[in-house]
Design a protein around this ligand. Sequence first.
Ligand code: ACO
Length: 323
Amino acid sequence: MLRSVVTGVGAFLPETVVTNEDLAKIVDTSHDWIVERTGIHRRHRASEDQAVSDLAVEAAKKALAAAGRTPADVDLIIVATTTADLTFPATAAIVQRKLGCPVGIAFDVQAVCSGFVYALTVADGFVARGHSKCCLVIGAETMTRLMDWSDRGTCVLFGDGAGAVILEPGEGEGTVHDRGLLGFALRCDGTKQDLLYVDGGPSTTGTVGKLRMQGNQVFRHAVVNISEAVVSAAKAAGVEVSDIDWFIPHQANQRILAGVANRLGIDEHKVIQTVGEHANTSAASIPLAWAEGVSDGRVKKGDLLLLEAMGGGLTWGACVIRL
Ligand code: ACO
């Protein structure tokens, strides 16, 4: 059977680093409070002339190089983002132009912080059914553009960045030993919108808006719901959570990461964590962490990966991938 196999991973962070001390100069907060409640030490911030597509293109170039592919090979681009360059065209179309890829399929997926997990499952549908030979899936965000810099409850939590993977078709036996996306579970509960949303948009206010969050309410939903999705994804993949080599969660808050790992009995040494250095980069956070695990030699071909995320919607989900 045809599987969609990840053949390359890449990531990009904008140069400017914003520390907790920097933020303590503009809102009533402290380095110690932020570290204790979130695990975040610093985050990267895109410069005014850097659009989200620019971050996406840099991550894509690295993923293509890792896979031994060029832009000419790419026939499908899916960008998971909630901070698009423009209302339209899709950021994926802009990335296609900037990379110089040929005419193919390109569109965005909007599931906020869960966007990368959603986008991977959509890409799997194309690749594992023979509709794409080289698919670029990107999670890219400029979350700092959505911040209300007077709201200390949100502005300390987010950062900018991008990560990308290349998916290519590969033959499998239909077993858990196959390389590829083995199983997933996706969820959305639209009744929880008020817990996390942006208060603007083209068909309501005509403005971009700012991120609003009831952080403690989101926190309460996170651990239980993410854990349920993880168990469902593992079941769909035909594996046990204990079989996982690396747990690569959405990097929202160190306490959520630890809570989910603890609830699922995942050893902390199996958790790839970048939240301390990147903060919450929404749809970019999983591929950013994944790329770090690959570049420091932890994550290797053949490993079984568990990805999970939760974000505005509320959306959440998990997937299991054999590298
Ligand atoms: N510095 C100092 N004090 C602060 C800060 C800050 N940056 N932010 C909030 N506080 C204060 C509050 O004003 C409040 O003060 P009060 O008691 O005088 O009213 C106090 O801290 C407690 O506020 P809570 O919101 O209850 O604090 P909590 O312990 O829940 O921590 C946090 C807040 C870090 C936001 C936490 O709720 C959290 O991480 N939630 C999950 C949010 C998240 O991960 N969202 C993203 C997931 S979805 C996505 O990725 C888009």
